[in-house]
Structures are given as C-alpha cells and as structure tokens.
Design a protein around this ligand. Sequence first.
Ligand SMILES: *[C@@H]1O[C@H](CO)[C@@H](O)[C@H](O)[C@H]1NC(C)=O
Ligand SMILES: *[C@@H]1O[C@H](CO)[C@@H](O)[C@H](O)[C@H]1NC(C)=O
Length: 227
Amino acid sequence: MKSLRIYGVTLIMLFALGIVLLFFTKPYAHQVVSLFQYSPPPPPPPQTMVIGDKKGTATSVLLIKPNNFKVLDDIQRTLKTKLKFIHVIRNPFDNIATKLLRNLETREMARDKSFKANNSTLLDEIITHYFNHVESAQRLHQYGKYEVLDIYAHEVISKPQENLQKLCNFLEVTNDKDYIDASSKLLYSKPSLTRHSIVWTSEQKLRVTNEMKKYPFMRPYSFDKNY
Ligand SMILES: *[C@@H]1O[C@H](CO)[C@@H](O)[C@H](O)[C@H]1NC(C)=O
Ligand SMILES: *[C@@H]1O[C@H](CO)[C@@H](O)[C@H](O)[C@H]1NC(C)=O
C-alpha cells in the first residue's frame, strides 16, 4: 500500500486493482502533492481539499452492483462537489498472484526466488473475483459521469515526474518541483513480478490473457512483459 498525502489528507492507494474515490472541493494554489511514504512539512491551516476513499478493492466490490452508481450520484449532489476516480492498474498476472500469495500467507516465502505457491483451485477462484472487480472499473469508465484517471503502476515507477504531474493535473492541484522530485526518489526501482512466484496452468494463463482482451486499459500487459 502506498500513501498519497495531500496536506494532511492521506489516501492510501491500493496497488492491487484500485479505484480511489475522491470528493472534491475547490482547487487551491500552492498545494504540494507527494506520493509514497513521503511526509510534507506541516501544512498551512487545515482546509479540507480532498476527501478520499482509499479502499480500492472495496470500491470495486461496491460497483459490481449497478444500483450503487446512484449512491455516487447522491454523494456528488449532496456534497455539491466533483467526484473523481483514480484507477491504479498493475499487470493482472501480478495482481492475481499477489492475492493468491496473500491468501496462502506465503508472501514472505515468495521472496525466495525458487518458491512457487501451488493451489490451482484457489487460483481459479481468485481469477474469477479479480475480473469481477475489473468489470466494475470498466463500468465506471463507461458510466461516463465521472472523470477516471488510469494510472499504470509500472509507469509511476519508470516515469515518476510525468505521472505525478498527471495526477496533480487531474486533481487540479499545483505542485512543487522539489516535492515531486523527492517523492520520485522514494519509488521502488522496479515493479515486483509476483506472477513468477506461483504455479499457473497453461489454461489459467490463457484464461487471464483472454479476459484481459476485453479491457482497453489492460492493453499494455501480458504474462511475458517485464512490468
Ligand atoms: C502443483 O500441484 C499439483 C497437485 O495439486 C501437481 O500435480 C503439480 O505437479 C504441482 N506443480 C508444481 C509446478 O509444483
Ligand atoms: C488450496 O487453498 C485452499 C484455501 O486456502 C485450501 O482449502 C486447500 O486445501 C488448498 N489446496 C491445496 C491443494 O493446497
């Protein structure tokens, strides 16, 4: 989990498939946005600028029910504010593998390169759940009422400045170059490829590959990519 801190308001981005829900008040000048464990100096007198829901997975689960979109509309109307979503995307094979490892409590073991978690039944279930969540994200894009920013985890790592800038633009906040630079330095140097720490059957690989094709935002990924 990574945290995005905007003057005292911390959003935790789930780097698993995540949808971060943001409620907006108005944009302010001279805000500093920093990512990933970086704490900015004490903010000026607190004014809530961004309220966020950090629960990426929970948001995805809620949005499996189309009726819950009405709730979003209610929130927007009640708060008289703009709802925006940050959709954090990672290679599905790694997302799924990480879930399996977490389920089996074998994440630590997975640090040993030769270790592979092997539970085909559980993996099948996780793949099903995973794509239900992906479908939510897709539905949110298609709903069209809200702005959704797709953020690719591997690009945040490979091009931090550009992506933090993109995030700031989306949030309508100005940023300070020093903070962007400092935040960039705190990023991992490369994505963690947990897909290699579990056993996939060829059917499972094919299934995920085929499911991915339904979603334009998954186009950059495949099993063999190094991100
Ligand atoms: C995974 O487990 C199955 C049995 O559950 C076994 O047949 C298979 O050989 C195992 N695969 C690996 C790579 O360990
Ligand atoms: C797979 O995981 C499930 C859930 O943790 C467990 O009930 C089952 O026994 C596991 N199967 C194997 C072959 O390890």
